[in-house]
Ligand binder design. Sequence first.
Ligand code: CMP
Length: 139
Amino acid sequence: MSGKITFSLIKPYAVKMGYIGPILAMIHEAGFRISAITSTKLSKEQAESFYTIHKSKPFFDDLVEFMSSGPIVAMILEKENAVEDFRELIGHTDPEKAENGTIRKKYAKSVQSNAVHGSDSAENAIIECDFFFSKKERY
Ligand code: CMP
């Protein structure tokens, strides 16, 4: 399945603003199949663990605080070339630099509150999918 799956999160601010439906519609229209989905709220420890790769960054504590501040939606997405195609669909990390028509251009508020997360490699996609979903929860 390597290369055919990616992992995405809809972040707390986008959930709070009611953007789950519009974001899922964009994901569907772009040809991704949702093979697992759940709504949950991360504890601080879980957010730290999920973003451990960014532990040394100056924004780490704020990111953990933000990501554990409210419910999120986590999902596994399937498509050929999933990681790259999804990163193109979501756009630049900074919404001010995101291209027109991308999810972040439409729904992000700031670099931190950038509406969605998408895996940056096939290897990390597998790690991130396994963080949230067991085999029984994938269809
Ligand atoms: P995400 O795709 O979830 O991966 C790591 C997150 O860290 C990123 O989106 C942003 O929300 C956040 N991030 C990255 N760079 C910065 C930054 N310079 N300042 C604040 N947050 C950042």
